[in-house]
Every structure is written in structure tokens, then in C-alpha cells.
Design a protein. Structure first.
Lengths: 878, 114
């Protein structure tokens, strides 16, 4: 690249520079800087010009290639458009994949020590089922011991692995907050940016607290948070403060940290000094520093450059030898995990989101198949058009083009088309991008780490990617054309032997259509189940009910005020929302009076109005008769049929008045209701169910309000205004009961959308491929068609004749796809539903029918074109 | 000044070449300038300035010795031509004169800014 005269000097300079870089920085950084320098060398003065006769010639030749490529693309508008669309669709998926992978690999890149940071993981057998549990956490003990005893460890950071959340109060303001207890070296090991405070001492003292910028803003507004006193709110919002048992009571703000970047595996709003925990442990006479078995801490290590991972793992094994002697059959094993694997591997369970390697490979693999399909289509269509262009190639050859030159021309054409398709794909990607970002259900952590932003570097990647795709797609046609012999082309076009792998192509077509049919069926079946789940008879009424999340002890006040609103018909209180689950979802042990049997069952604490408001169907007995006095313990329960069966209590009528032990408390059965949907159609761990009457405000987490309103928006606003007056801290979370149920099936809806999109891709690409095949067949069989026509065959007869073989392929694809898809959907996709919608004939053949219809339209159109041509025109030349 | 056609950056590089004398080759020039200007420069920018000045005959060059560090490649030692020395001197004179004419204007400027 560089002019010859300067080459030696500049190479020498760069070598010298590289060695300098090596002295100063790590190997990777030196490389990067070196490459940057090389790219910066691309200046007109230094770079070799297009001198010499040979180069000039080639330049002119490529110019000609571009020109003729453009012309041929323009002449065959339809052909180019079909190819463009196919490639553009698959390119948009490719672009998505490139962005996804590049963002995935850049997670945690902002840490200066990223390459040297490891965390200790634990593996041991736990629980009654002898399961191997692998976690990304280890013990306080191990962190301290390693730092003190093992060489090669530069820095250690210990973090309490459990995320704490409570309401943080400053002055008369409070806000819900989550975070971690973190060791003093936090800002030394990890590169989070401390905006205020001293990074070395911010987390040293007990009760020191570092807030993120946004949390500080919420709590203190624009005033300076440094040195302010804060406390874990305990007066009013009981469950979130005291009940959670936080070790942090009161503290002082010692720093403000920038909000964690979206691509950080660790997300928090505050950090409390780990010494706070130490202090509590000393006060409570617990020893947390000397318990190798307490693997509830995240230990991060920064290793020095020549430290060996294996040696440190050995050292840890040695340190655990005492601890493991008592449990030789089940030793605790510690390993090191590099920071690059924190998110891209799910071998070890961690609190941060993680993606399994298999899933990443699967996604990349699917993208690859889609792309390959599109490339294959290009090849197919190009070959089909080859007949028309063979004359052009002939003339090129006669005027002296070499084989390589013809090859290059067709490659340039493919690459050009592919690059154009890339831009179209980019536009398509920008259109679907918001959809993709919104797709992930809110419960699925991890996707918030992605922004899918396109940077200039990515554009370069896309361009390279497009060139590669073009090269793959154009290789076979180019090879074919370059092989043509000039003389042959002019003599007898029909004698030229075309691409011989017809069987392979049939196989590929069957494969493509199996995929299309399968995906369409999947989408139809999931949609069917989704609608089924939404219209399923729950066993209680939910219409016009708004449920409001409650986070404090003010539920009675709120209920009274709501009751005064004109649009409110009825109110009731419960621990959790039936049919959805939620925060307060709990279960307990139920035993009959003689304590002979037992049933783990779901428990919902309700008030006396709940059963009537939601119209549950009583089989025997009645609703609770009187409201409980505040503080009075529960005496009565209403159970479902499932519980009676489980505890063998006899018929509903007979069981009324019987005594039960519920979590050790004595209660009487007041009524029996029919079995109903408890926590959605996807989850059914427990058949038995108990409603307990209660009147303790802290047991209620949901206020259910039945409204009669024509303007729900205003109603919500009114409810919110009253709520905010009672609870200024927690945001107003309310939703229509039915919307909430719908939301609980959100992940199924997302799956349906993704699969529909994939099905659309697959069907588009395979249809395009089919079209290519149809064109190819009709063009090569033109003479045959003409002769048949002359001999008296009708248009319809010809169409049947020509499309028969394709339709056969599609039917074969259908025969493969239908049973396979039914099996996969049954055992993998919808296996979590305990009530399944029936699979009718329509759902079974839907995929095949849709594909057949589209194919018939596509082929039919092309074949009709051929069949209505005047046979005389075609036969005249012979 | 126009006829000499020496850009500001080129002038800096040229002066560095004069200062470094026998040691004036690519990376060394880069290092020297970086430490004096307190900013990072790329090899490309230095090299293109050198090549341009060589074309304009401000500089001559010859190959020096090769070192291990350079992967056995020779250095190219640059040397300023007498013409270059003269141009540098000219530019310095023009500047001095301009500075001498400045105080009145500068005082005015200061006044305005306050």
C-alpha cells in the first residue's frame, strides 16, 4: 500500500513504536494503538498511486464492470427487485445479529481491568434432590484468605451477593431503592465513575452509603447529597423496611456515583459499605468472615499479569481442605470466571442477567440459515436467467475477455446487488428496531442491556458483511459463466449444460418449505393457545375491576376514600391477585384436625367482601359472615375442592365446620368453592387452595376496586390522586384486572410475534427461491411447451404439467413439517400450559395451505406467462 | 511568507528536525514533538509532513543504521537544507516584526475583553 521508497522506513518506525506501546500498555491495547496508527497512514502523500499500465487497465475494467452491472440490474428490474427484497430481508436479520453480538461482547468494556478481573464461583451439591448447584458467588472467608495469602492477586473486592431493596428516607422524603453491600475497594477494582466523594474512603466506614446520580436526585433534588443523613424508612411502609430485615438502619451519604452504564452486568441504585454488615455481625455475635460454607458473597479478583488461574484455583482447593474433610462426598469447589464470561455464559447462576452460550449459537445459527437461504436464491435466480445473458458473455469472450475477467464481472454484479440490499436492509432494520426492543417481556431481564445503536464502525462491518454475502451468492453463477465457451453459446443455447445439482436443489427447496410450514404452524398454534388462555373461564368475574398495588399500611384509609367516589361500586382487599400472582403470592402447610395428612396449598388472605365481589362459585357453606376486628386472628377459611380431595375430607357439604391447621393455626372451614384458575394457565404447582379471612393491614398488598365508569382514564386519574396523597413514595401501580391477566401471558405473545416474523422471513425467501426454480424450468422447457401447445395442449393442462413437480415437493415438505411441528410445539413450546386449546384440522393444515396458496400464485403466474406465448415465435429459429 | 509555502505544522516538524540533528528520524521526531506540544500525534501525520517538505526541498534524507528494535529496518535520517534554514530565519523575522507592532493592538484587545 505504501509507496515503495518509503516502505522500509515507515515499517521500521511502526515496529519501534509498537515496542514502545508494549512497554506502556497491555498487549491488546498496544495492538489496537498500532492498528490505529497504520490506518492513519492512509494519506495521499504516502499511499501508492494507481500507477503502472496494469493497474490502470484494471481500474478501467472495474469501471466497466460497474457500468454493465448497473445496466443489467436496471434491465431486469423484476429480477433485481426480487433478489433485493430477499437479500434485504435476510440482511436486516444479519444486521440485527451483528449489532447484538457486538454489543454482547462489549458488555463491561468500560472497566479498566476488564481483562484481568475474575470472580470466584462455587459448585456443590445442595438440597434434597442432590442437585449440583453452581453459583457465581463464594465466601467472605475465601476473599480475605486469598488476598492475604496468595501471590498474584492485585486487588480483591467483596460484595454481598443479595440485592437489598427498601425505602430510603432523608428528611421527610423517601424513595424505594435497591443496591448492594460493597467492599471498600469497589471503585478501585471496578471502573464506575464516582462524581462526588473520595473513591478510596467512600465505602470504608460502617453505614457509609454511595448513591447513584439519579437516586440522589430523587431523594435530594438539586441540593448537595454529600454528608446528608439517611435512614431505612420504618415508620409507615412496614413490609419494605423492617420486615425485609435490612442490616442498614441509618447512615451518611459518602459519595455520588454515575448511574451504571446500560452495558454493565452490575446494576444498582446505591452501595452500602460492607463494613456495615461486619458491624452488625459483631453486634449479633455472628462470625461472617470465617465461614467458608457461607457462599453468599461475590468476590472479584484483579489478577496480575503473570498470575496463573490454575494455581489460584489450586490454592483455593487447599484452603478448603479442612472444610471439605467432613463432607468428602460433597466437596465445595471454587473456580475462577473471567469477566468476559459474566454475561455470555450461564453455567454459574448469578443475580445479573446472563445468556447461555447455546442460545447465542442458536440465534447465530438461525441467522446463518436465513442468510444462506437468501444467497441460495440469488444463485438460483441468476442461473435461471443465465440463458439470457450467455450471449453477452459470449461477446465478451470473443472480444478477448479472460475467464477471470468474466468471473470478476459477475462477482462485482452480485456484490453490488448485495451492497444495495444491505442499505435496503438497514432501512428495514431501522423500521423494525423499536419493535425488537419492545418485544422482550418485562420480566425477562437482560434485554435492557441492549440499545442496538448503529455506529460508523458498525457501518463498516455491515459493508464487509454485504460484500461477503455478495461473494457467496455470486460465486456459482460467476463460475458458471466464466466456464462457458464462446463458440458454444452462439451455436445452440439449449445444449449448454446447466448446473447439474438438480437433486440438491430439490432437497434445499423441501428444506426451505419444511421450515416455512413449520414456522407458520407454530405461530398459528401459539396464537390459538393465547386466545384460548385469554377467554378461558377463570371461575370468577374480573370485569370492570381495577387492582392497585399497595406498599404500606394505609389500605383502610385508601379504601374508605375510594368508597366515596361515585364511580366506585365495590372494593375488596387481598394479598395477591387471583389468576396473576404477584408480590404477595404465598403458600403454606394445611393439615386436618388429627394432623394425619398434609397439603401444601396456595394461600390468599382476603377480606369479607372479596368472595361476593368476584362471584366465586360456592359448592357448600357460605362467605365469611362478619368482618374481623382489626388485629383479631383468623378463625375461618374458605377452601377449594382440590384441598378436600387432597386431605380426604369428604363431600363439600360434609366438610363444612371441620377444623384445619393452617400454618400451625387452628381454623374452621366456612365454605367450599369450585376449583378455579389460581395463577394462570401456565403454572399449576399446587391444586389446593385456601382463602383465609384476615384484617391485618400489612397482609394486604392488593386493593381491588370495582368501578362503573364510562371514562376509565379519568377514573384512573382520580384513584391516583387519592393514592398519591396517602403514599407519595411508591409510584401508583394500577391496572384493569383483565389487562393484568393479559399481561401475564406477555411472554407467549412475544414468542408468537418472533415466530410470526421468522415465518414471514422463511416464506418470503422460500417463495422467491421457488419463483427462481419456476423461471428456470419454464425457460429451459420452452421448446417442449411450444411443441405440446402445437400438438393441442391447453393452457390449463400445461400449467398442471409444469407445476406438478413443485407442488409435490411442497406436499412432501408438509408431510415432514406437520408431525414434527406438532411434536415440538407440544413438548417444547406450549408444554407449560396445563389447559391446552384443542388442535383442530385447520390449525394442523394451516401452514401447508398458506404455503401452497402462495406457491400456486407464484408459479402459476410465471407458468402462465410461458404457456400463453405464441409457439411459432419460439420454434421458428430451429 | 506565501512563496515559501511552509504550513504551521510543517514548520514545527522542520524545527524539530533541526533540533534533533543526527537523530532526526520518524518516531524520534514524533516523540520530541509530542513531548513539546503535549499532545498525541500519529505516524501518518509526521510522515506526510516530512514527505511533503522533502518534495519542496526543505529536507534531504539518507538511510541511517538499523536496530534490533526496528525489526532490522533502517532509519531514514532527515536533514534541513540551507534553504530551509533561510526560510525558518525569514519566518522568525516576520514574526518578530509583527510582535513588535503588537502592543498597541494587544492593549486594545485586553481593554475590550475586560
Amino acid at each position: 500500500m505504501v509507496k515503495k521508497d518509503y516502505l522500509e522506513e515507515i515499517e521500521g518506525d511502526l515496529d519501534e513504536l509498537y515496542i514502545d506501546f508494549l512497554d506502556q500498555y497491555s498487549r491488546t491495547k498496544a495492538r489496537r494503538l498500532y492498528n490505529k496508527e497504520v490506518i492513519k497512514l492512509l494519506r495521499p502523500v504516502l499511499v501508492k498511486g494507481l500507477s503502472g499500465s496494469q493497474q490502470l487497465n484494471q481500474y478501467g475494467m472495474f469501471k466497466n464492470y460497474f457500468k454493465s452491472s448497473f445496466r443489467s440490474l436496471k434491465n431486469n428490474t423484476l429480477f433485481s427487485a426480487i433478489n433485493m427484497v430477499g437479500l434485504a430481508i435476510s440482511m436486516s436479520v444479519g444486521i440485527l445479529m451483528i449489532l447484538f453480538l457486538s454489543e454482547l461482547s462489549s458488555i463491561d468494556d468500560f472497566h479498566t481491568h476488564k481483562d484481568d478481573i475474575y470472580r470466584i464461583t462455587s459448585s456443590e451439591v445442595r438440597g434434597t434432590q442432590n442437585q449440583m448447584v453452581k453459583t457465581a458467588s463464594s465466601s467472605y472467608y475465601m476473599g480475605l484468605q486469598l488476598e492475604a495469602q496468595v501471590p498474584g492477586i492485585e486487588k480483591t473486592l467483596i460484595l454481598d451477593n443479595t440485592r437489598v431493596s427498601f425505602d430510603l428516607k432523608a428528611g421527610d422524603k423517601a424513595t424505594p431503592i435497591t443496591g448492594f453491600y460493597a467492599g471498600a475497594s469497589f471503585f478501585d477494582v471496578l471502573s464506575f465513575k464516582l462524581l462526588q466523594g473520595n473513591p478510596e474512603t467512600a465505602l470504608t466506614e460502617p453505614n457509609g452509603l454511595v448513591l447513584t446520580q439519579s437516586a440522589a436526585k430523587r431523594l435530594f433534588g438539586d441540593s448537595n447529597p454529600m454528608g446528608q443523613l439517611v435512614s431505612a424508612e420504618q415508620d409507615r411502609f412496614l413490609q419494605t423496611g423492617a420486615a425485609a430485615g435490612v442490616d442498614f438502619k441509618e447512615g451518611i451519604v459518602t459519595g455520588v456515583v454515575q448511574d451504571p452504564p446500560h452495558n454493565s452486568h452490575l446494576q444498582f441504585e446505591m452501595l452500602i459499605s460492607l463494613s456495615t454488615l461486619d458491624l452488625r455481625a459483631v453486634q449479633e455475635e455472628r462470625d461472617i468472615k470465617n465461614a467458608p460454607g457461607n457462599t453468599n458473597y461475590s468476590v472479584y479478583l484483579v489478577l496480575s499479569e503473570n498470575a496463573k488461574k490454575a494455581e489460584i484455583e489450586k490454592a483455593m482447593e487447599r484452603m478448603l481442605s479442612n472444610y471439605n474433610t467432613d463432607r468428602a462426598d460433597n466437596p465445595l469447589v471454587h473456580n475462577l470466571q473471567p469477566m468476559g464470561d459474566f454475561v455470555t455464559s450461564d453455567t454459574y447462576h448469578s443475580t445479573a442477567p446472563s445468556f447461555s452460550q447455546e442460545r447465542i449459537y442458536l440465534m447465530a445459527g438461525l441467522t446463518f440459515i436465513v442468510l444462506l437461504s437468501a444467497c441460495f436464491n440469488y444463485t438460483n435466480l441468476s442461473l435461471a436467467r443465465a440463458l439470457r445473458r450467455s450471449k453477452e458473455v459470449g461477446i465478451r469472450k470473443v472480444t478477448g475477455a479472460t475467464r477471470f475477467q468474466v468471473f470478476a464481472q459477475f462477482m462485482v454484479e452480485a456484490v453490488l446487488l448485495s451492497v444495495l440490499a444491505m442499505f435496503a436492509g438497514l432501512v428495514l432494520f431501522v423500521v423494525i428496531r423499536p419493535g425488537i426492543l419492545n418485544l422482550a417481556p418485562p420480566s425477562l431481564q437482560g434485554y435492557s442491556m441492549f440499545r442496538l445503536t448503529i455506529t460508523p464502525v458498525h457501518l463498516l462491518y455491515f459493508l464487509l458483511f454485504a460484500i461477503a454475502v455478495g461473494a457467496v451468492a455470486g460465486f456459482l453463477p460467476a463460475l458458471f459463466h466464466s466456464k462457458l465457451r464462446a463458440g458454444m453459446v452462439f451455436q445452440e443455447v439449449s445444449k449448454v449444460k446447466f448446473f447439474s445439482g438438480v437433486n440438491l436443489r430439490k432437497l434445499l427447496i423441501v428444506f426451505q418449505f419444511t421450515l416455512s410450514i413449520g414456522l407458520i404452524m407454530c405461530a398459528v398454534l401459539i396464537n390459538n393457545q393465547y386466545n384460548f388462555a385469554l377467554s378461558y373461564d377463570l371461575g370468577y368475574t374480573t370485569d370492570q375491576v381495577i387492582t392497585i398495588d399497595i406498599k404500606g399500611d394505609y389500605i383502610d384509609l385508601l379504601e374508605n376514600e375510594y368508597a366515596q367516589l361515585s364511580e366506585v361500586v365495590e372494593t375488596s382487599k387481598s394479598t395477591w391477585v387471583l389468576g396473576v400472582g404477584g408480590d404477595g403470592l404465598n403458600a403454606g402447610m394445611i393439615q386436618p384436625e388429627d394432623r394425619k395428612g398434609r397439603a401444601i396449598s396456595l394461600i390468599n388472605h382476603i377480606d369479607e367482601r372479596y368472595m361476593d365481589m368476584h362471584e366465586l362459585h360456592f359448592l357448600a357453606g357460605s362467605n365469611f359472615l362478619t368482618p374481623l376486628v382489626q388485629g383479631e386472628t383468623a378463625k375461618y377459611v374458605i377452601v377449594n375442592e382440590g384441598l378436600l380431595k387432597k386431605l380426604e375430607l369428604g363431600s363439600p357439604k360434609a366438610s363444612i365446620g371441620k377444623t384445619l391447621w393452617c400454618n400451625g393455626q387452628k381454623v374452621t372451614i366456612q365454605g367450599v368453592v369450585e376449583d378455579m384458575v389460581t395463577i394462570g394457565l401456565t403454572k399449576k404447582f399446587l391444586e389446593s387452595f385456601v382463602f383465609i379471612q384476615t384484617n391485618q393491614p400489612d397482609q394486604y398488598k392488593s386493593l381491588n376496586v370495582k368501578v362503573q365508569s364510562n371514562d376509565l382514564g379519568t377514573t384512573f386519574d382520580r384513584l391516583e390522586a387519592i393514592y398519591t396523597a396517602q403514599d407519595p413514595v411508591h409510584p401508583f401501580k394500577a391496572a384493569l384486572y383483565n389487562d393484568k391477566i393479559r399481561a401475564s401471558y406477555e411472554s407467549n405473545r412475544a414468542t408468537r410475534t418472533i415466530i410470526s416474523f421468522l415465518a414471514f422471513l422463511a416464506i418470503s425467501i422460500s417463495t422467491l427461491g421457488l419463483l427462481g426454480m419456476a423461471v428456470f424450468t419454464t425457460e429451459t422447457r420452452m421448446k417442449e411447451i411450444s411443441i405440446r401447445k402445437v400438438l393441442g395442449a391447453g393452457v390449463s393442462h400445461l400449467m398442471v404439467l409444469l407445476s406438478r413437480s413443485f407442488l409435490l415437493l411442497i406436499v412432501i415438505a408438509g408431510l415432514i413439517a406437520i408431525p414434527v411441528t406438532l411434536y415440538i410445539v407440544d413438548s417444547q413450546v406450549l408444554n407449560n400450559f396445563w389447559q391446552r386449546a384443542e388442535t383442530g384440522v385447520f390449525e394442523t393444515v394451516s401452514g401447508l395451505l398458506i404455503v401452497l396458496l402462495i406457491s400456486i400464485l407464484t408459479i402459476g403466474w410465471q407458468i402462465r406467462q410461458a404457456a400463453i406465448k405464441n409457439p411459432a415465435d419460439l420454434l421458428r429459429n430451429e | 511568507m506565501k512563496k515559501t509555502k511552509l504550513g504551521e505544522f510543517e514548520e514545527l516538524v522542520l524545527m524539530t528536525v533541526v533540533v534533533l540533528q543526527e537523530n532526526a528520524y520518524g518516531v524520534e521526531i514524533k516523540r520530541e514533538l509530542e513531548s513539546r506540544l503535549n499532545e498525541t500525534l500519529s505516524v501518518g501525520s509526521i510522515q506526510s509532513a516530512l514527505k511533503r517538505m522533502e518534495e519542496k526541498s526543505f529536507l534531504t534524507s539518507e538511510f541511517g543504521e538499523a536496530t534490533q528494535k526496528r525489526g532490522g529496518k533502517r532509519k531514514r535520517i532527515y536533514k534541513a537544507t540551507p534553504y530551509a534554514h533561510k526560510v525558518l530565519q525569514d519566518m522568525k523575522d516576520v514574526r518578530t516584526q509583527l510582535w513588535a507592532a503588537m502592543p498597541a493592538a494587544a492593549a486594545k484587545l485586553n481593554f475590550l475583553m475586560n
